[in-house]
Design a protein. Structure first.
Ligand code: CA
Length: 87
């Protein structure tokens, strides 16, 4: 799990992995919960990955000011990276 402003609205959002059955009630491997303000998180917005990651970190590794995702799988391939395309 990590926190970053994925939709660039100034409010911190949450990304979480889901590597067990029934997680997030959608069984998707990863999801973003968008901060709606006043302590409310919407979601989940599913992020599709080839298999379930065991961890995810949000960081701006491309230097464009937007958070990207880097995660770890327990099987091959061992790593994944998703670049933010929020405009
Ligand atoms: Ca946000």
């Amino acid at each position: 799990m990590d926190v970053a402003d994925f939709n660039v609205d100034g409010l911190p959002d949450v990304v979480a992995t889901c590597n067990f059955d029934g997680c997030l009630q959608t069984a998707q491997p990863m999801a973003v919960f968008v901060n709606q303000g006043a302590g409310v998180l919407a979601g989940p917005v599913n992020v599709y990955t080839p298999t379930s990651p065991v961890s995810v970190t949000a960081t701006d590794f491309t230097g464009d000011g937007r958070p990207d995702l880097v995660g770890l799988f327990s099987t091959n391939p061992g790593l994944f990276a998703l670049h933010s395309n929020v405009t």
